[in-house]
Design a protein around this ligand. Structure first.
Ligand code: ZN
Length: 311
């Protein structure tokens, strides 16, 4: 964006331009020299038939680049790296799950080939580079999918031997459940099935250290059930994008940046407060808490909870 303006050759103009950006960014915590960058890495549409994942991702991007005060705070404190379409050739061809060469890319994270799985190879290289950069902390990896049999939005996470790490991993989906009426914490599950070993979430969960959280975010192809009711609401493009906006602003809660938003959040604050004050997520837990309390329970449940197909 700025590059076009830099085509002006006036030295005076360039000087002003440079100073403008220096002053703009000097207030940006993330870009101060020597500051460790906290990175949220988001990917979508590795499965080309899962169109809703693109709308969710679009919602995230639209919100993050908007002038909304929450978006501004997020931009100031976090770096978002987003690969919105991991399987463009599959999307172009109208495939449901595979790439042009017939690969399910979400089974090849362990050893992606630069010629057979080029998008995956490129993204993985970037992630590994960031992981090896001492000035960068890759804190979140979220891979967005759509689910053909489940309702609502929900997440898959990993199972770790470290109980504390396992519990910490549940924080983000719990916060998201409070912010998004269509997101179900009770449908969120944690597993380590062998069949999912080549997925982004599973592979990066094993690669990254214990301060990183890796999730698959799933959203129903069809509908969501509003917590505490039996009414189903069909998803629309707009409600998929709304889930994306809610994912983005949940980082404000996670990083406890609420106190530094510039002004009251006029258009969305009332519904947000309603949601935050409701007991919906607790209600879900009371109906069948998916957050196991012991390791044995955890594993039994992980086997039982895994819905068919997808991710
Ligand atoms: Zn999928």
């Amino acid at each position: 964006m700025g590059g076009n303006y830099a085509l002006h050759t006036s030295t005076k103009f360039q000087s002003c331009y440079y100073q403008f950006f220096v002053s703009l960014f000097s207030s940006t915590v993330n870009l101060r020299p020597g500051t460790e960058q906290k990175v949220v890495f988001i990917t979508a549409r590795v499965h080309p038939g899962e169109t809703p994942s693109s709308f969710v991702c679009q919602g995230i991007i639209d919100f993050l680049v908007s002038p909304h005060p929450i978006a501004k705070v997020l931009r100031d404190h976090l770096v978002f790296k987003i690969a919105p379409m991991l399987n463009p050739d599959g999307v172009y061809l109208g495939n449901y799950r595979c790439s042009l060469m017939g690969f399910d890319l979400n089974r090849h994270w362990a050893d992606p080939s630069p010629w057979a799985h080029p998008t995956l190879h490129g993204v993985k290289q970037l992630i590994v580079q960031m992981y090896n950069n001492p000035k960068v902390t890759l804190e979140f990896y979220i891979d967005i999918h759509a689910h053909s049999t489940m309702m609502n939005g929900f997440m898959y996470g990993n199972i770790f031997e470290d109980e504390e790490r396992f519990q910490r991993q549940a924080i983000f989906p719990k916060l998201l459940c409070q912010n998004a009426e269509d997101f179900s914490f009770s449908s969120t599950s944690f597993n380590r099935d062998a069949v999912k070993a080549g997925t982004g979430r599973r592979f990066l969960g094993g690669l990254l250290d214990d301060t990183s959280y890796c999730y698959t975010l799933e959203v129903s192809f069809y509908s969501y059930i509003v917590g505490g009711t039996t009414s189903t609401v069909p998803y629309t493009e707009e409600t998929y994008m709304k889930l994306g906006r809610n994912v983005a602003r949940t980082f404000l809660d996670y990083y406890r940046l609420n106190s530094i938003t510039e002004r009251p959040l006029a258009p969305i604050s009332s519904t947000w407060k309603e949601k935050a004050s409701s007991n919906r997520c607790s209600y879900h837990r009371a109906q069948g808490n998916n957050q196991p309390s012991t390791k044995t329970e955890k594993r039994t449940q992980a086997t039982l909870k895994e819905p068919t197909q997808s991710s």
